[in-house]
Design a binder for this molecule. Structure first.
Ligand code: FES
Ligand code: FES
Length: 182
């Protein structure tokens, strides 16, 4: 069997990657893991259900969450994405010097146990906060919004409550994401 390849170029975490010859049928999660060593996006279900493999696709309308286990690497040709590795602030030597408020909130609330699902939950809450910055919700709608948004992510260890509580806390602590109730 011949594996056909095509050149792929994209921007990941602010840096151009490629052009690289990549198999036409390769899924993005495998490209991130096997070609780039970016293993933070987790392979969980492999069928688009658990959201552990999610990355942020940046476009003019804001960031979109994309499941990389069901999206081919070539879909991202010419596009800009952020992976879990690109969220924390790093110094010139690529050492992490500051984690994000979402990451800190999950730590503060002891939101995870094994942590396998955590990159997906970080990406999910990050996308939600960016969306709320553009379109704030009323305070009385916040819990439903969080449940709807993060409820797509599957965690086998916890009862989700601490993830949701952490997301609520960090959103409420960030000015401009929530409006007052009527
Ligand atoms: S591994 Fe991609 S959605 Fe589960
Ligand atoms: S903390 Fe283990 S799967 Fe979520």
């Amino acid at each position: 069997m011949t594996i056909t390849t095509s050149p792929l170029t994209l921007t990941i975490n602010g840096k151009q990657v490629g052009p690289m010859d990549v198999p036409d049928t390769l899924m993005m999660v495998d490209f991130l893991h096997e070609y780039l060593g970016l293993t933070g996006s987790r392979f969980g279900c492999g069928i688009g259900v658990c959201h552990a493999c999610t990355v942020l696709l940046d476009g003019p309308g804001g960031a979109e969450e994309i499941r990389t286990c069901i999206t081919g690497a070539h879909y991202f040709n010419g596009k800009r994405i952020r992976t879990i590795e690109g969220l924390a602030e790093r110094d010139g030597q690529q050492k992490i010097i500051a984690i994000t408020p979402v990451q800190q909130a999950y730590l503060d609330h002891y939101s995870f146990q094994c942590g396998y699902c955590t990159p997906g939950f970080v990406i999910g809450a990050t996308a939600l906060m960016e969306r709320l910055k553009a379109h704030p919700v009323r305070a009385d709608q916040l819990e439903d919004t969080i449940t709807e948004h993060l409820g797509r992510h599957i965690c086998r260890c916890t009862g989700y409550v601490r993830y949701f509580e952490a997301a609520k806390a960090v959103i409420l602590a960030t000015p401009g994401l929530v409006t007052k109730e009527k």
